[in-house]
Design a protein around this ligand. Structure first.
Ligand code: GLA
Length: 382
């Protein structure tokens, strides 16, 4: 009996195992593909202006895969790709796929704005007893440097480099005495730095040969979800006051407390929660609590993607603009139609109309002195 059992057992085992028990030849292990990302700063052509000037596109990449593209036309930030909480990259700025999109006209997407960002009332100011007249390109007021501001000029490449800490592009522009009505030859530069710590730094420098006014900023429209409207973004501003404006968006001179009003973003609040109570939407300059030093001015969190953008600046003010004038008439990157509130701007700056408001922090630049400001955007996801 015992013997029969063992004979049967061996037979069954042999039959069952025969086909499958052949020693499997181990399939060679796929080599683990690990993308090695290096800090890099590269240059390529982005096309030509209508008068035949070559425009370059610079790509700064860091080791986490963040990628900033900047072009020499308008020193414009063309795109900024950052990961969401699952590591998926998206471009979180509004703009166009091609140079032609920018040349056709647009509301300062990604632009470096100057010589004076924001508005100057009645398009004039007095400096050293001389009245200077500027272009009235926003009703009776002057906006964002005039008809051909720094956003529409070709900047010169000064430096393009990367090391293990950062990737940098430095662009310069000489604005001549009298350009757009401003006094003094102004030599200025903007330096974009992408760091290994997922920061994009905007540094501005300038010198003049004659007393002038200056206020440089970046006018990027952000959308941390990469699409749709920005009303669900949660915003915090380190500001207890804002500059009250008249119907032409020129400050009256009064800095009013945000307390108990829809202007209050001292604690995180969604952009859309009270926007209906702000006529026209947000388009206001906030008076930052701490100025002069690089201090946190703003933080924005987008709940669906988890992306966060923090802003640090040495500037005394920040303009919150919620894309109120976007109306669906512009089609941008990848065929996206830009409707109202599809992007928001946080423009670090001196206050609007400062040349005419002596009580505001001064925007006067004297010969021999160096204008130097810095704004840092830090990106992460949670
Ligand atoms: C700024 C202004 C807005 C608007 C946009 C461009 O942010 O404050 O009023 O002019 O630029 O459309």
């Amino acid at each position: 009996m015992k013997m029969r059992f063992w004979i049967n057992f061996v037979l069954v085992v042999t039959v069952v195992c025969m086909p499958g028990c052949k020693k499997k030849t181990p399939t060679p292990k796929e080599p683990e593909v690990k993308e090695i990302r290096l800090m890099s700063a590269q240059k390529e052509s982005f096309g030509q202006t209508s008068d035949g000037r070559q425009i370059d596109l610079f790509t700064l990449t860091n080791t986490s895969g963040l990628r900033a593209k900047i072009m020499s036309y308008g020193a414009i930030l063309v795109s900024m790709e950052v990961p969401d909480r699952d590591g998926n990259l998206a471009d979180i700025t509004l703009g166009f796929d091609t140079l032609d999109g920018y040349l056709a006209g647009h509301p300062y997407f990604g632009a470096t704005v100057g010589r004076y960002a924001n508005r100057i009332g009645k398009a004039k100011f007095v400096l050293d007893g001389v009245e200077y007249e500027l272009a009235a390109n926003n009703d009776e007021n002057h906006l964002h440097g005039g008809v051909k501001g720094f956003d529409k000029v070709v900047w010169k490449l000064e430096d393009l480099r990367s090391d293990s800490n950062e990737a940098v592009v430095k662009l310069s522009y000489i604005s001549e005495d009298g350009e757009e009505g401003y006094p003094g030859n102004l030599a200025c530069s903007v330096i974009y730095t992408l760091t290994k710590d997922n920061e994009l730094k905007f540094s501005y420098e300038a010198q003049t040969d004659k007393t002038t006014v200056i206020n440089l900023t970046n006018h990027s429209y952000w959308n941390l979800a990469g699409q749709g409207d920005v009303l669900g973004h949660e915003l915090t501003l380190n500001a207890e006051k804002y500059t009250v404006v008249d119907s032409g968006l020129i400050p009256t001179g009064e800095n009013r407390s945000v307390k108990d009003t829809p202007m209050d973003f001292t604690l995180p609040m969604s952009i859309g929660s009270r926007i209906g109570r702000v006529e026209g939407g947000y388009d206001h300059n906030y008076v930052l609590n701490s100025s002069g030093l690089l201090a946190r001015a703003a933080a924005v969190y987008e709940p669906t993607s988890g992306r966060v953008m923090e802003i640090y600046t040495s500037e005394p003010g920040i303009q919150l603009y919620t894309g109120n004038f976007l109306d669906g008439s512009l089609t941008g990157k990848e065929g996206k139609v830009y409707n109202k509130h599809y992007g928001f701007c946080l423009e670090t700056q001196h206050f609007p109309d400062s040349p005419n408001k002596l009580e505001f922090p001064s925007v006067v630049l004297l010969p021999g002195l160096k204008y130097s400001t810095e704004t840092v955007h830090k990106f992460y996801a949670r």
